[in-house]
Design a protein around this ligand. Structure first.
Ligand code: HAM
Length: 418
């Protein structure tokens, strides 16, 4: 037997109801905030991700699915959606159109991580990207959209963590201070962080290894080294969140695993998720459009992990399935009448089904029960000849006779009441 790939899951019909609720809620909130859907490719040239996310990040160093195309070009399955959206924004010269512009996407992403609960190699994100304004209110719009979306789904115990990564100049001034601190503690750092000390020192701050956490407890915080400009931006974001009654916790260690961020960085976590506790995360990335060859364009966005949301979505948030009608047709006259009736019900907008293998009333009723149908139409030769059939309520077992031609209208009226 050929099996699926580790960390790459099938989403079976029992779960897709949950996924539809999540995706429909995401689209509704994106619409409300004026974000328009963009569909970007699943794979791109490798340099797009290496340049955007950063060569010294975990994603680029060890998590990308990269393969040569037939002509040797190196291609990569997208590990996230920001780089592709920015590439499309530049390629289609969107910056020449009126700004700001707001895009959202829903789709699969690929990272070669060690699979565990809430961490997959193919996972799905709902993401938004807001181009063309530096105003801190845009940061808040993006954060609020994520917060309202997750709250609408009644996800439990959400915490918004937020930090400022300063401007490029702020970071350049802060890094030597951090590096000299880290060097003084180098002996206590894990092997990975010893290496990060040279390649990506900021990431040492969010290493999950307990020894590294203790060693960096008193590390100088970037948030205390902000320029007046960056501090003003951060304060504005925080005060606007307060105005909107969105609770937050400043986390000076929050640095994010992608290099394109500046100023605001945030994550929404839930204590219900275990080790992989980030439901969604994002931040500002004012330099990325220019870095990828476009005109300087401020931008901010987030992405939320749909598997993690699905894990937390409670059963009562799911709408009941659409009531359906089971057509129990038997006999040489009844069967063709049943096929016509199924078609008429479906064309009227109803959900109607049958099991063509069943030949007896008993067999049909068993299948009607199994399919969870609310009603069954009993349609044998006599009924087909007389032009009427027996409608059975599967719960109450009450039956009544209805003309075949009236059935679509009859069920539409009944089902509207549910
Ligand atoms: P990210 O923090 O790498 O950011 O991912 C965002 C979310 O995707 C995470 O919070 C998590 O819920 C989900 N996620 C990430 N990796 C996995 C995985 N292996 N399995 C399951 N879920 C996962 C970004 O991707 C940025 N592009 C966000 C952004 C958009 N920033 C600005 N605009």
């Amino acid at each position: 037997m050929i099996k699926g790939i580790k960390g790459v899951k099938d989403i079976l019909p029992e779960e897709t109801r949950r996924w539809r609720v999540i995706e429909e809620t995401a689209r509704r909130w994106a619409d409300r905030y004026g974000f328009q859907e963009i569909r970007i490719p699943i794979f791109e040239v490798t340099t797009l991700f290496a340049r955007s996310i950063g060569a010294a990040t975990d994603i680029v160093e060890k998590e990308m699915y990269t393969f040569p195309d037939r002509d040797g070009t190196s291609l990569t399955l997208r590990p996230e959606g920001t780089a592709g959206t920015v590439r499309a924004f530049i390629e289609h010269n969107r910056a020449a159109d009126p700004l700001p512009q707001k895009y959202f996407y829903i789709g699969p992403m690929f990272r070669h991580e060690r699979p565990q609960a809430g961490r997959l190699r193919q996972f799905h994100q709902f993401g938004v990207e807001y181009f063309g304004t530096q105003d801190p209110k845009a940061d808040v719009d993006v954060i609020a959209l994520l917060w309202r979306f997750l709250s609408d789904l009644s996800l439990p115990d959400l915490t918004l963590e937020i930090n400022s990564l300063g401007t490029t100049t702020d970071r350049a001034a802060y890094l030597p201070v951090l590096v000299s601190f880290l060097k003084s503690r180098a002996g206590q750092l894990c092997d990975n962080c010893q290496r990060r000390l040279e390649t990506n020192p900021l990431r040492v701050l969010d290493c999950k290894v307990p020894g590294c956490r203790t060693a960096t407890e008193d590390a100088p915080h970037l948030v205390s080294h902000l320029s007046p400009e960056a501090k003003g931006h951060f304060d504005d974001v925080l005060s606007t969140l307060t105005v909107l009654n969105i609770p937050f916790r400043i986390n000076p260690r929050l640095v994010r695993g992608l290099d394109y961020y500046c100023l605001t960085a945030f994550e929404i976590t839930s204590s219900h998720l275990g080790a992989q506790n980030a439901v969604g995360a994002g931040g500002r990335y004012d330099g990325l459009v220019e870095l990828l060859g476009g005109p300087a364009t401020a931008a901010v966005g987030f992405a939320a992990g749909l598997e993690r949301i699905a894990m937390m979505l409670q059963e009562q948030r799911l709408p009941p399935p659409m009531p359906s009608v089971y057509v129990a047709a038997f006999g040489s006259e009844g069967r063709p009448a049943g096929v016509r009736l199924l078609d008429a019900l479906r064309q009227a907008g109803l959900s109607a089904q049958s099991d063509y293998r069943a030949t007896t009333l008993k067999g049909h009723l068993r299948q009607a029960d199994r399919s969870g149908s609310r009603f069954a139409v009993l349609l044998g030769d006599d009924e087909a000849t007389s032009g009427s059939a027996v409608v059975r309520n599967m719960d109450s077992k009450v039956q009544e006779t209805v003309a075949l031609s009236d059935l679509p209208r009859y069920f539409l009226a009944l089902i509207k009441g549910f």
